[in-house]
Design a protein around this ligand. Structure first.
Ligand SMILES: NC(=O)c1ccc[n+]([C@@H]2O[C@H](COP(=O)([O-])OP(=O)(O)OC[C@H]3O[C@@H](n4cnc5c(N)ncnc54)[C@H](O)[C@@H]3O)[C@@H](O)[C@H]2O)c1
Length: 366
C-alpha cells in the first residue's frame, strides 16, 4: 500500500509518495522533461541507481548519472560544480529535472545544484535514508558546507516530488537507521502525543524495521513536516520547532568533532538536554521527560555521555550553543516542551539552569 502526503504551498505544492518500488517521476506525467541528471553517492548508486534510471526512462526522461563520493565532505561547492558540469554536458535546460537519490547529503547537494543551475530547475527528491525520508527531503532547504561551517551556503528550493521507497531502508547501515529514529521521536515530542504513544508501543517493531510500522510512522512524520512547512515555509516562526534538541545537538557535534556522533545521535543527547531544560523552565512533567529518554534509549539512541569518555567542557559547549545559527546575541535559544506534543520556540534559560541540565546528560544515573 502506498501513501501520499501533499505539501500545500499554492502553486509550489507537491506530493510525497511513500511506498515500495521507487515511484520516481509520477509528477512528470503532465510536464515531461526530456533530459535529466540523476545525482547519487557511491554507496547508494550501485544499489538503486539502475532502478531509478529505469523509472525515469518510464517517465520519459533520459537521465545521466553524476555519482559523488559518499560522506558529508561531498556536500561542497566543488561537488556542486561537478553537478553543474554534468548538467551542461548533458544539455540540461530550464525544462529539465535533477533527481537526488540518496540520504540527506545527496538531497541537500543536488537540491542546491537544482536551485542554482540556470536560476533553478525542477528537483525530485528520492530519499533513501530514514533521516532523508522523514526530514531533509521535505521542506525545500538545500545547502552545501563551507570549510568554516555546515550549511553556510544554501537556498530554499522546493522539490516537485518526493518519492520515498521504504524498501531501500533494508540496506541502510544499522547506526544510520537508528540515527534517523531521533528525528522520528522528535515529531512525537513537538507535535503529536498520539504518535509518541504509537512509537512507545511499536519501538521494537520500529527497531526491527517492520514494513507496516515504517509505512505508518514515516507517513505520519511526513504529514507533520508538511503541515509545519505549509504554515511557515521560510522559518519565520513555527518551523523553528523542528529544531527541538538541535541547539544542544549541533553544539555537541561541533565540540566533539563531526566524526564523533552521527547527527541523530547528537540530536538524541540534545533532546535529553532539552527535556531536562523543559522540566526546569516550562513545567514539563518529569515523568514525560523520562518517557522521552526511555523511548530514545529503547530504539538504540544514546541518552547519556558514554562512561569512560571525557565529556566536553561545559564552557566549550556553552560557547558552541551561543554560536548556533539560530542564536540572537549571546543567549542560546531553545525549543522546549510544555507537554508531549506541545512545544514553544525561542526559549532562554539562566546559565545556572543550562549548566545543571547538562550535568544531567553527563551523569550516569537514570
Ligand atoms: N535539508 C534539510 O532540511 C535537512 C534536514 C536534516 C538534515 N539535513 C542534512 O542531511 C545530511 C544527513 O543526512 P543522512 O543522515 O541521510 O546522511 P547521508 O546522506 O550522508 O547518508 C548516510 C550514509 O548512509 C548511506 N546510505 C543512504 N541511504 C542508503 C541506503 N538505502 N542503503 C545503504 N546506504 C545508504 C550514505 O551513502 C551515507 O554513507 C546532513 O548533510 C544534514 O545537514 C538536511
Amino acid at each position: 500500500m502506498a501513501q501520499t502526503v501533499t505539501v500545500n504551498l499554492g502553486e509550489r505544492s507537491y506530493d510525497i509518495n511513500i511506498g515500495t518500488g521507487l515511484a520516481v517521476g509520477r509528477c512528470l506525467a503532465d510536464h515531461p522533461a526530456e533530459c535529466g541528471l540523476l545525482v547519487s553517492d557511491s554507496n547508494v548508486f550501485p544499489l538503486y541507481g539502475d532502478l531509478c534510471l529505469r523509472r525515469l526512462a518510464e517517465a520519459g526522461v533520459a537521465a545521466e548519472p553524476v555519482i559523488v563520493p559518499a560522506g558529508e565532505q561531498s556536500k561542497s561547492l566543488d561537488m556542486a560544480a561537478r553537478i553543474y558540469a554534468g548538467a551542461v554536458a548533458t544539455g540540461l535546460d530550464r525544462g529539465s529535472v535533477i533527481v537526488a537519490l540518496g540520504g540527506g547529503m545527496v538531497g541537500d547537494l543536488a537540491g542546491f545544484a537544482a536551485a542554482t543551475y540556470m536560476r533553478g530547475i525542477r528537483l525530485i527528491q528520492a530519499p533513501t535514508s530514514l533521516l532523508a525520508m522523514v526530514d531533509s527531503s521535505v521542506g525545500g532547504k538545500t545547502a552545501v558546507n563551507l570549510p568554516e561551517g555546515k550549511n553556510l551556503v544554501g537556498v530554499f528550493h522546493q522539490p516537485v516530488e518526493v518519492a520515498a521507497d521504504l524498501a531501500t531502508l533494508a540496506t541502510l547501515p544499522p547506526r544510520e537507521y537508528v540515527s534517523g529514529l531521533a528525528e522520528v521521536v522528535k515529531y512525537g515530542v513537538i507535535w503529536d502525543a498520539a504518535l509518541f504513544k504509537d512509537l512507545e508501543d511499536s519501538a521494537e517493531a520500529l527497531a526491527a524495521r517492520d514494513a507496516e510500522t515504517l509505512e505508518r510512522v514515516v507517513t505520519r512524520c511526513c504529514e507533520i513536516k508538511a503541515d509545519i512547512v505549509a504554515m511557515d515555509e521560510r522559518e519565520a516562526g513555527v518551523r523553528a520547532i523542528l529544531n527541538f534538541g538541535h541547539t544542544g545537538g549541533h553544539a555537541l557535534e561541533q565540540v566533539s568533532g563531526y566524526d564523533r556522533w552521527l547527527h541523530g545521535e547528537a540530536v538524541a543527547l540534545g533532546m535529553v538536554y532539552a527535556a531536562r531544560l523543559s522540566v526546569a523552565e516550562r513545567g514539563l512533567d518529569a515523568d514525560e521527560a523520562a518517557r522521552i529518554e526511555s523511548l530514545l534509549q529503547r530504539v538504540g539512541l544514546p541518552v547519556r555521555w558514554p562512561a569512560g569518555e571525557a565529556p566536553p567542557a561545559w564552557a566549550d559547549l556553552r560557547q558552541a550553543m551561543q554560536a548556533d545559527k539560530k542564536t540572537r546575541g549571546r543567549t542560546p535559544r531553545f525549543v522546549l516542551a510544555e507537554q508531549l506534543g506541545a512545544v514553544v520556540f525561542g526559549c532562554e534559560a539562566p546559565d545556572s539552569v543550562l549548566e545543571e541540565a547538562w550535568g544531567g546528560v553527563v551523569r550516569r544515573e537514570m
